[in-house]
Structures are given as structure tokens and as C-alpha cells.
Write a protein that binds this ligand. Structure first.
Ligand SMILES: [Zn+2]
Length: 283
């Protein structure tokens, strides 16, 4: 994959220079007035600060300087940012120009999101409530070192998969799944809907890769990288790694074989209609 000379998407929110701070000193208006009154009477207000403060909350604080990327971080951010831009090209065409692109938030360790606190340990994710993809780029290092899936195309696949969830938000598939899950009769059935949704996002990542193949000069070796990533983060592999056994009912992303197959389905067809995991004879 060759991203040289290509620009990152403009739909990026870089929060890497921000750190979460506990706002222990969040003061209410009443508190401020109270402190001013104390000052007016010549009383040092400092000992009363605790009285005037409200509940501590977590907020992001921007550091004085813009975030300084290391060379490695720049490389990862370029791959993520260019991939995002390329998904915009693909999906704008497929949505015939009516594609509200998602924003990608790059953060370190922890950040507030429309879906609650985002934490790096959760891996990259999409929040439909604010239509943003959240990623701590350290995940790419984990993908390489812990899951044995290195390479820029493996990283691009991860971003394209999250963008796939945004597409599902736009088509209504994600909402439909949430409704179906609520009326599901068992946890196993609810999980099955989640697997269908995840495999469709994999397929959409493949649709993107097919469309971008020429622009980014995606090679056979890249595709193998993507397959390795899809295989590495299949539920069966993750489960075996974490608990030493495989429990199919608890699958929420699909097996390694399923993830690879649906990614390939998208790549071969280049057609989102080929990604109907909800009505597929074989999942
Ligand atoms: Zn997913």
C-alpha cells in the first residue's frame, strides 16, 4: 500500500495532546459569589474553596503546545488519516454524494465520547451517537506485537471496519440490530445479530479496499496482511488467548474464518449489496 503524497482526511480531531484531568476545582456560580463575598469582607477565601466546589468531573485539558508526534506516531497517524480520507472517496461515490462522513478522534489512553468514557483498552470503536470513530494509535502496535498482524494495510483494515459501522448507522442496519437484540429470546440469539453486524462491517472494509486498490496500489501482500489481522482479531482466537477455550455462543465478532471470508467477499465483489450478512445462507 502506498500512501505517499496523500493527505490525511480533514475530518480528524486530534486529542492526543490532551490529558484527562479530574476537575476537583469545578466551582459553581454560587460558589464563586460566596468566595467573592468572603474576599470583600477581607477574609482569605482559600480555606473555603472546598466548600464552594461541586462534584469532581473528568474533562480534557489541552496542553499548551500542539501534540508532538514521534516519527512512528506520524507514520501510524498518516495511515489512519489517509485511510479515512480514502473511505470518504469510496462511500461518497456509493452513497451518490450524500455521505455524511464520520469524524475520527485520535486520543491517548482515555477520552470522553458520546457513548461514555473511551479507553484505549477497548480497542478502536465507533460511537453512533456522535458519529465518531475513536482510536488510540497504540492499538496498531498491539495489533503487530500481540496479535501478530503488522503492516499498514492491516491498520487500514481496522479503520475501514470502523467506518463500516458508520455506514451501518447510516443505512439503519445498526439500529435494526439493536431492536432485534432487545426482542431476542436468548443471549446466544442476541450475540448472533452482533456477529452479523461485525461481519458486514468486515465486508464493507473489503468493499473499500477493492475501490481504493488502484489509488493506493494495494498488493497481494497487503491483502494477506489484512487477512492476518481479520484472523487475529476473530472471537475464537481472542477467546482462546484470554480463557484457553472457545465458547461459540459468546461470539460477538465472528470467528477468524468468518471474518476473513467476509472481508474477502467485500474485496472480490466491491459491492455493498454482496455484504448482506443478515440474509446470507451461510454466515
Ligand atoms: Zn466492529
Amino acid at each position: 500500500m502506498d500512501i505517499r503524497g496523500r493527505n490525511r482526511s480533514s475530518n480528524i480531531e486530534d486529542r492526543r495532546g490532551m490529558s484527562p484531568v479530574r476537575k476537583g476545582m469545578g466551582i459553581s456560580i454560587g460558589g464563586v459569589l460566596f468566595l467573592i463575598v468572603l474576599s470583600l469582607f477581607g477574609i482569605n477565601p482559600l480555606p473555603f474553596l472546598g466548600v464552594a466546589t461541586k462534584q469532581p468531573e473528568v474533562e480534557m485539558q489541552q496542553s499548551a503546545q500542539p501534540y508532538q508526534e514521534s516519527a512512528e506516531e506520524k507514520e501510524l497517524a498518516d495511515v489512519a488519516g489517509v485511510t479515512l480520507a480514502e473511505t470518504e472517496v469510496t462511500w461518497s461515490r456509493l452513497f451518490e454524494g450524500r455521505y455524511p462522513a464520520p469524524t475520527m478522534v485520535m486520543y491517548n489512553e482515555m477520552t470522553p465520547t458520546g457513548c461514555g468514557a473511551g479507553q484505549a483498552a477497548m480497542g478502536p470503536f465507533y460511537c453512533p451517537l456522535d458519529q465518531k470513530v475513536y482510536i488510540d494509535l497504540a492499538f496498531f502496535r498491539e495489533l503487530e506485537q500481540k496479535f501478530g498482524a503488522p503492516g499498514d494495510f492491516a491498520q487500514a483494515y481496522v479503520i475501514a471496519h470502523e467506518v463500516g459501522h458508520h455506514v451501518q448507522h447510516l443505512t439503519g442496519a445498526a439500529d435494526k440490530v439493536r431492536q432485534d437484540q432487545q426482542s431476542a429470546r436468548s443471549k446466544a440469539e442476541a450475540n448472533q445479530y452482533s456477529v452479523m453486524l461485525e461481519l458486514q462491517a468486515d465486508c464493507y472494509a473489503g468493499v473499500w479496499a477493492r475501490d481504493a486498490a488502484q489509488r493506493l496500489q494495494i498488493t497481494q501482500q497487503d491483502i494477506e496482511e489484512g487477512m492476518r489481522a481479520a484472523s487475529a482479531i476473530g472471537d475464537d482466537r481472542l477467546q482462546r488467548a484470554s480463557q484457553g477455550r472457545v465458547v461459540p455462543d459468546a461470539f460477538t465478532h465472528g470467528t477468524s474464518e468468518q471474518r476473513m471470508r467476509w472481508l474477502m467477499t467485500g474485496m472480490k465483489s466491491g459491492d455493498p449489496n454482496a455484504c448482506d450478512t443478515f440474509n446470507a445462507r451461510e454466515l
